[in-house]
Design a protein around this ligand. Structure first.
Ligand SMILES: NC(=O)c1ccc[n+]([C@@H]2O[C@H](COP(=O)([O-])OP(=O)(O)OC[C@H]3O[C@@H](n4cnc5c(N)ncnc54)[C@H](O)[C@@H]3O)[C@@H](O)[C@H]2O)c1
Length: 433
């Protein structure tokens, strides 16, 4: 199947669910890059050089990707703050860069959020839609269509970057789209806000990216609905910070045939995400997402002499003074030749949203390409970007970052084969720094 071509003027809607630290850092970063005030460091779509290409071409020169200047952002949030106010509160970016982008960021004001009672108890915001789940979903649909029309958008992508939700046991409403729609009518309380946003997007043919750990696109009714509607979806929970390092280190330990007796990980973070994660139910969703990676990389069932029964513990603590500047500590107990024990200590002082924002940009541009190529349902090749990669057709998720990168490169080659001839260079990568 061929990728549809991209004209220089085509505008793409990026509909952000949640306008918090991550979303505001993304919007500010894209604007700063377009104005030549910042560089897109951390973004594969902007910096990847194509292997074996005589001209050492950038990926965005050989694939017909949307241009950064043509991304049009909209958002929903339970707080009415504009992207500027939200970015100031999140305190990820320096005041001088925010001031220089202020008027543009102030233009982005969120629509009222879809809410569900179980998750809204975790936050105090009241910029919310009223009515039943069905009524909220109908209002959402009208908003999306009106935004598309008003901005003259060719295509749209929905990005879930709202607060982490509680994981709930679902009943028959999860089984088919008819049951799910009945659940909306009957206002069934296991249908979360994220699921309503995703449902409406899929119904309207918009690709969906779940940057959060919340249960949503893996609900069978929604996963099948995406297949039926021919819509690509991907998730979940962006791989930044501690899990990124874990999935870089663990394959190295395995490649050297070193053993592991335990891996203790703890984090402190003080942003709004951390505040929500202070709730044990929400924190369980996040910790489960972080725990799955080691078993899958080390395969203790294949290497029992090295990895049987290793102890893995993950903790997250809310600590307001740190804001978005998360700190993670890892203690890794390994053993080597003749069973001699050794330890690795990792202390990562990262900036969560600085690591996450380029991943969202990449996901938007790549899933848009997938949609234009006719790829539908869960996009396994985008697992590279996620802590808990969703998989289609019961395939096992891959967590090893290097294997994930290999899968991504295979898909990029297919996209390149399916693309029209290369276009001239379109994005200014270099900026004063
Ligand atoms: N920031 C990162 O680097 C990062 C990395 C990996 C994963 N994530 C995940 O992405 C999500 C967002 O992270 P963040 O750091 O921006 O958090 P944040 O708390 O700063 O932002 C989340 C925003 O979602 C809003 N919100 C809550 N419920 C909503 C609803 N029903 N509809 C619309 N908006 C709603 C909140 O008011 C808030 O503004 C979290 O789930 C987080 O776990 C973030």
């Amino acid at each position: 199947m061929a990728v549809s071509s991209e004209s220089p003027q085509e505008r793409i809607g990026v509909m952000l669910v949640g306008l918090g630290a991550l979303a505001s850092t993304l919007v500010a970063g894209v604007e700063a890059i377009v104005r030549g005030k910042a560089r897109p460091i951390g973004s594969l779509t902007q910096l990847y050089r194509c292997n074996g290409d005589a001209n050492n071409a950038l990926l965005n020169e050989v694939l017909p990707m949307a241009r950064l200047q043509n991304l049009e952002f909209a958002a929903w949030d339970i707080f009415p703050d504009s992207a500027y106010q939200s970015a100031v509160k999140a305190a990820v970016l320096k005041p001088d860069i925010l001031e220089s982008l202020r008027s543009r960021l102030e233009e982005l004001k969120p629509f009222k959020a879809v809410v569900d009672d179980k998750n809204s108890r975790l936050l105090t915001g009241r910029h919310v839609k009223s009515g039943t789940r069905l009524e909220q979903s109908q209002e959402l649909e009208r908003e999306i269509l009106a935004f598309k029309e008003a901005r003259g958008l060719k295509r749209m992508v929905l990005v879930l970057c709202n607060s982490t939700e509680i994981t709930q046991l679902m009943g028959e409403e999860a089984e088919s789209i008819q049951n799910f729609e009945n659940g909306l009518k009957n206002n069934i309380d296991t249908i979360s806000a994220s699921m309503i946003y995703a449902y409406v997007a899929i119904k309207l043919g918009m690709p969906v990216i779940n940057c959060t750990p919340s249960q949503c696109l893996e609900v069978p009714a929604l996963a099948r609905f995406a297949e039926e509607k021919g819509v690509p979806v991907s998730g979940k929970d962006l791989k930044t910070g501690q899990t990124l390092l874990k999935t870089i280190l663990a394959p190295g330990i395995k490649a050297r045939y070193l053993g592991l007796t335990g891996w203790y990980s703890t984090n402190i973070l003080g942003n709004r995400d951390g505040e929500v994660l202070d709730d044990p139910d929400a924190s369980k969703t996040k910790i489960n997402s972080k725990l799955s990676v080691l078993e899958s990389i080390l395969e203790p069932e294949r290497h029992p002499e090295l990895y049987r029964g290793f102890y893995h513990k993950v903790k997250i603590d809310y600590y307001p003074p740190r804001g978005d500047n998360k700190e993670a500590w890892d203690n890794v107990d390994i053993f080597g030749w003749m069973d001699y024990p050794m330890q690795i200590k990792v202390n990562f002082l990262c900036r969560d949203s600085i690591l996450a924002a380029p991943l969202v940009l990449d996901l938007v541009l790549l899933i848009d390409l997938a949609a234009r190529t006719g790829w539908k349902g869960v996009q396994n090749w985008l697992g590279f970007f996620f802590k808990s990669p969703l998989q289609s057709h019961q395939t096992k998720p891959i967590h090893d970052l290097f294997q994930q990168h290999g899968k991504l490169e295979e898909a990029l080659k297919l996209l390149r084969k399916a693309s029209p001839p290369a276009t001239p260079k379109r994005v200014a990568v270099a900026a004063s720094h």
